[in-house]
Design a protein around this ligand. Sequence first.
Ligand code: PRP
Ligand code: ADE
Length: 171
Amino acid sequence: MEHLKALIRDVPDFPSRGIMFRDVTPLLRDPGAFAEVIGALAARYRDQGIDAVAGIESRGFLFGAPLAMALGVGFIPIRKIGKLPGEKVSREYALEYGTNTLEMHVDAARPGERVLLLDDLLATGGTAAAAAALLQDVGATVAEIAFVVELLFLQGRQALAPHPVHSLLTY
Ligand code: PRP
Ligand code: ADE
């Protein structure tokens, strides 16, 4: 996995002073690396009874949609406030560098469905915790929460307990 880590660019002081931004755009630009990431996640979740993949806007869409296709299931967009047209559930949250609100259509997942939640990166866990809460608000089961990158020092897994968490690359 070190060769994948080499494709994540460190950008100091973005989007604000003191934040070391882990930029996945070089990884996305490399077709072999991008396919390897999706393949590794698909291998883990194939045959796990996953009914849908939910991705968090916007970087979670970049990995979540191809993963859903690889698993042969549908994709649920969990979006930033004001973007979804239908009836929706909302949750406010704080992340490493700000606050925001996530929304999901109420009919995006049915009660009892097993949904894999996916995002590019786990920092404080605030974003993913809000997304998991939205899935639970409509009665879905969060099968696992998966990330391409996990920033261990921020202990985001604690904010996501008791959901199982998986990450491919750690810092
Ligand atoms: C980033 C990242 C995660 C979140 C992680 O999203 O893609 O969703 O921050 O931070 P947390 O664990 O502290 O909550 P961002 O809000 O920057 O949006 P983007 O995907 O549109 O770039
Ligand atoms: N989202 C939250 N913290 C981040 C970081 N340090 N790098 C990239 N995305 C992030």
